[in-house]
Ligand binder design. Structure first.
Ligand SMILES: Cc1cc2nc3c(=O)[nH]c(=O)nc-3n(C[C@H](O)[C@H](O)[C@H](O)COP(=O)(O)O)c2cc1C
Length: 144
């Protein structure tokens, strides 16, 4: 069965809930979902998969979380050319600049952002956002 890796960082659970919904969608779409907190993930292992989902809330000042997600992303930058990547994450008070920057970074790496943009939500995801996440998972399963 083809596999989709979902790697995320979440401090208070909002992005984790989105990650779980992406995994549900992947399974619903008929692929295997590998759901990993970034602290347990290996960038090198992602070389083998065609499609990835990455989740991280807006942290710092409109940045990826700096101690685990940013270093992981720096490793991925050189490895993801040609892959399709779904992005998702929660934010608090900002203008979602962190997600626009992340989309641009993925494209500069030579990868494709699923649906052209990441899924964002203010605070905890409601049912609409969770369904968007499931749909992203189904979409990834279809191209895995
Ligand atoms: C240290 C810190 C920095 C943050 N910086 C931003 C920010 O720059 N912009 C923003 O919109 N939200 C910011 N937030 C809010 C989080 O993105 C928001 O609480 C989010 O829902 C957390 O998601 P999580 O539950 O997956 O950790 C920050 C939160 C913390 C704790």
């Amino acid at each position: 069965m083809s596999k989709v890796s979902i790697v995320y960082w979440s401090g208070t659970g909002n992005t984790a809930a989105m990650a779980a919904a992406v995994a549900e969608g992947v399974k619903d779409g008929g692929a295997e979902a590998e759901l990993l907190e970034v602290s347990a993930a290996s960038a090198d292992a992602l070389k083998e998969v065609k499609v990835i989902a990455l989740g991280c809330p807006s942290m710092g000042a409109e940045q990826l979380e700096e101690s685990e997600m940013e270093p992981f992303m720096e490793e991925l930058d050189g490895l993801i050319s040609g892959k399709t990547v779904a992005l998702f994450g929660s934010y608090g008070w900002g203008n979602q600049e962190w997600m626009r920057d992340w989309e641009d970074r993925i494209q500069a790496d030579g990868a494709t952002v699923l649906n052209g943009e990441g899924i964002t939500v203010n605070g905890a995801p409601g049912e609409d956002t969770l369904e968007d996440c499931r749909n992203a998972g189904r979409g990834l399963a279809g191209i895995a």
